[in-house]
Design a protein around this ligand. Structure first.
Ligand SMILES: *Cc1c(COP(=O)(O)O)cnc(C)c1O
Length: 392
C-alpha cells in the first residue's frame, strides 16, 4: 500500500515555463511594482472576465481594503458581511474603521439573500436615502458578499437589493475566478464583475497563483483610477512627490505578475480537471451512506474550486471530526470549514442576524483534496478511504 505520500488538499499547479518570465524580470531588473508583466497580467484578467480594465494588488486582502476605501466606507459606518467565510473577507472592514454585521448562509454556503432582504426591511430605517441600522443608529454603507468555494452568489437578488437600498456591493470573488452565470439576467457574466467592485486573489491555495496577489475589477473607471492611486501611496504628483491622501504600498510586483501571466493561460484547463474530479467524487460519494457532496449552483459554470462533503453522523457512524482525523492520519489532507467569523475574538461583540444554518455547516463539513493537479488514481484513494472509514 502506498501510504507514505500525502494527498494534499489544495496545492499550486505551476509549470516550469514560468522560469522564462522570472528570468526576464532578473535580466531587466524589473522586479518591483513596474514592468511589462503587470500590465500584461491585468489585461489578461480583464479580458478573461469580460471587462476593460483591472488593477493588480499585493493580495486579495489589499484589494478588498482598497475597494472599501474607494467606496467611501469609513469610521462609524457598517458593512454587511457573511459569517461563513475566511476572515480575510471581514478584516478590511475594520481596517477602514467600520464595523461588520454578520449574515447567515443558505444551503449554497453563500450569504442568505432572503435574510439579507428581511434584515434591511425589518431592522433598518431609510433616513434621507441612508440605510440606518435600528440597533446601532449607524449607517450601513455596503454589502460585502463572498462567492464561497467558487459557487456563484445569487447576484440577481443581491443586485435588486442594491437598487432598492442604494447600497454598494463588493464581490469577494477571491475563490471564484472562472465562475460565471449561464442563465438569467447575468448570463455570460463572471463572478466579480456584476457588483460595484470585485476582487480576485492569487494566493497559493487559490485556483491560479502568483505566490501572493490580488486583482480589483469594476466597470466603473473612476473607482479603478482611485484604487490605482491609493495603491501607490496616493501620489498626486509623480515627479515632486505630492500626496493629498493617505495611500498604501499595495501594488503587485512584476515577479508576481510574471507568474500570473503564465497561470491565467492555464486556468481553463485547471477548471476542466476540477470539474472532472468533482464528478468522479460525486458518483462515488452518492453511494456512500451518510456522506453527501455539496452541489454547485445550477445554471452557472462554477470553477469548482473547493469540494465540500457533509457528514451525517447517524448514517455514517462517525462524526465529522473523527473522519477528519482518520483522513489526515492516513495522509489525506482534509480540513474543516472556517470558524464562523462572528465567533472570532475581534468580532464577538458584533451583530449577527438570525443565525440558523452556518453552525450546521461549520460542524459537519469537510473539504477534500481538490488540487487541479490531482489525478484520478489519487481521487480513487480518497474515495476508498471515505468508504473504509464508515462505521456501520
Ligand atoms: C483568499 C481569500 C481572501 C484573501 O485573499 P489573499 O490574497 O489571501 O489576501 C479573501 N476572502 C476570501 C473568501 C478568501 O478565500
Amino acid at each position: 500500500m502506498n501510504n507514505s505520500k500525502t494527498i494534499p488538499l489544495s496545492v499550486p499547479n505551476l509549470s516550469i515555463d514560468i522560469l522564462n518570465n522570472v528570468k526576464e524580470t532578473i535580466e531587466t531588473g524589473w522586479v518591483s511594482t513596474g514592468g511589462r508583466f503587470i500590465k500584461e497580467f491585468e489585461d489578461k484578467i480583464a479580458k478573461y472576465v469580460g471587462l476593460e480594465r483591472s488593477i493588480s494588488t499585493q493580495s486579495g486582502t489589499a484589494g478588498l481594503h482598497l475597494a472599501l476605501r474607494v467606496l467611501d466606507v469609513k469610521e462609524g459606518d457598517e458593512v454587511i458581511v457573511p459569517t461563513l467565510t475566511f476572515i480575510a473577507a471581514v478584516n478590511p472592514v475594520r481596517y477602514v474603521g467600520a464595523e461588520p454585521i454578520f449574515m447567515d448562509c443558505d444551503d449554497t454556503l453563500n450569504m442568505d439573500m432572503d435574510k439579507l432582504d428581511k434584515f434591511l426591511k425589518n431592522e433598518c430605517n431609510l433616513v434621507d436615502g441612508k440605510v440606518i441600522n435600528k440597533l446601532t443608529g449607524k449607517q450601513i454603507k455596503a454589502i460585502l458578499a463572498v462567492h464561497v468555494f467558487g459557487n456563484p452568489l445569487n447576484m440577481e437578488k443581491l443586485m435588486k437589493i442594491r437598487e432598492e437600498y442604494k447600497l454598494n456591493v463588493i464581490e469577494d470573488a477571491t475563490e471564484a475566478l472562472g465562475s460565471y452565470y449561464l442563465e438569467g439576467k447575468y448570463k455570460g457574466k463572471h463572478c466579480g464583475t456584476i457588483g460595484d467592485i470585485g476582487v480576485y486573489s492569487f494566493n497559493a491555495n487559490k485556483i491560479i497563483t502568483t505566490g501572493g496577489g490580488g486583482m480589483v475589477v469594476s466597470k466603473n473607471h473612476q473607482l479603478l483610477d482611485k484604487v490605482a492611486f491609493l495603491g501607490v501611496q496616493a501620489k498626486t504628483d509623480p515627479l515632486y512627490f505630492k500626496h493629498d491622501e493617505v495611500g498604501y504600498n499595495y501594488r503587485m510586483t512584476n515577479i508576481q505578475a510574471a507568474f500570473g501571466t503564465d497561470q491565467i493561460d492555464k486556468l481553463e484547463s485547471f477548471i476542466e480537471t476540477k470539474i472532472r474530479n468533482y464528478n468522479f467524487y460525486k458518483e462515488a460519494i452518492e453511494n456512500i451512506e451518510g456522506l453527501s457532496l455539496l452541489p454547485f449552483k445550477q445554471d452557472t459554470r462554477s470553477n469548482h474550486w473547493f469540494y465540500s462533503v457533509i457528514v451525517d453522523k447517524q448514517k455514517y457512524g462517525i462524526d465529522r471530526d473523527e473522519l477528519l482525523k482518520n483522513l489526515n492520519d492516513n495522509h489525506i489532507q482534509t480540513r474543516p470549514l472556517w470558524g464562523l467569523i462572528h465567533t472570532q475574538k475581534p468580532y464577538i461583540n458584533n451583530q449577527i442576524y438570525k443565525l440558523e444554518k452556518a453552525e450546521f455547516y461549520e460542524t459537519n463539513l469537510i473539504n477534500i483534496p481538490c488540487s487541479s493537479n490531482l489525478n484520478e488514481n489519487e481521487v480513487n484513494i480518497v474515495i476508498e478511504k471515505l468508504r473504509d472509514f464508515r462505521r456501520k
